[in-house]
Design a protein around this ligand. Structure first.
Ligand code: KIV
Length: 274
């Protein structure tokens, strides 16, 4: 029996690496990516076989109820990324660089991407933006830190965009995606773009495209864990499929707890120490 570990990517239990991602486009197996923020969710999706756990800065909206992701800080991302890394045995862990942690200069981008890798044990960072962010991506990649790009709807640009809307400028999408690839990113998120545009970008780029609201032709798909589990209150965007509606049993359990405490039926003798 060999004492060498199996090369990664050769079986379903081996940890997913950046080279495994790069090998994905054109292959039959599509990449599953989940955005989440804590240890129990990380365990759940890692054990389900997700290829990549993304610690998204959607944290601000999903967990804290804020209107956008702009207030999320680097220290907060690092705090949540540590919890996700502890829960991930197999999946690649990618951490979002929050607003204003990389836009100022390539040097700022490298320093903060370095903090993320050193302090959390994650495998890669993600940052938003196309052509204008290429110098930052290149600098981070030159420091041997893998970068996932993110173009189309970039939520950190919400003030400039005036809202979270489908992005329909096909020429800009392709130019941005090409710049991100040329700068050295190992994969790229396409968010809220028309299906034919995402299909074209996916055909042209060599790195894998990960879609969210970008139709079925990408090399992978990403959703927020709370959205796909049906735990997010309010109106859901068109691209969200609720694979479960956990808010119903959760809400009923919450009411049962309150009622049991009020009635004095919790805790029972079997739930108490004698
Ligand atoms: O912040 C996030 O969760 C994301 C994904 C939805 C792509 O950027």
């Amino acid at each position: 029996m060999s004492h060498h570990p199996a090369p990664s990517g050769t079986n379903d239990l081996a940890p997913v690496t950046v080279p495994d991602f790069l090998a994905a486009p054109g292959k039959k197996r599509l990449l599953s990516v989940v955005s989440l923020y804590d240890y129990p969710m990380a365990r759940l999706f890692d054990e389900a076989g997700a290829d990549c756990l993304l610690v998204g800065d959607s944290l601000g909206m999903v967990v804290r109820g804020e209107p956008d992701s702009l207030a999320v800080t680097l220290d907060e991302m690092i705090y949540h990324a540590k919890a996700v890394v502890r829960g991930a045995k197999r999946a690649l862990v990618v951490v979002d660089m929050p607003f204003m942690s990389y836009q100022i200069s390539p040097a700022q981008a490298v320093e903060n991407a370095g903090r993320i890798l050193k302090e959390t044990g994650a495998h890669a960072v993600k940052l938003e933006g196309g052509m204008r962010m290429a110098p930052m991506i290149e600098a981070i990649v030159n420091a041997d830190i893998p970068v996932m790009g993110h173009v189309g709807l970039t939520p950190q640009s919400v003030r400039r965009l005036g809202g979270f809307r489908v992005q329909r400028n096909a020429a800009k999408l392709l130019e941005d995606a090409r710049s991100v690839e040329a700068a050295g990113a190992f994969s790229i998120v396409l968010e809220c773009v028309p299906t034919p545009q995402a299909e074209e970008v996916s055909r042209i780029l060599e790195i894998p495209t990960i879609g969210i609201g970008a139709g079925p032709h990408c090399d992978g798909q990403v959703l927020v864990a709370h959205d796909l589990l049906g735990l997010t209150p309010g109106k859901k965007p068109r691209f969200v499929r609720q694979f479960a509606n956990l808010s119903e049993p959760a809400s009923s359990a919450a009411s049962s707890f309150v009622q049991a405490v009020r009635e004095g039926t919790y805790p029972a003798a079997s739930e108490s120490y004698q």
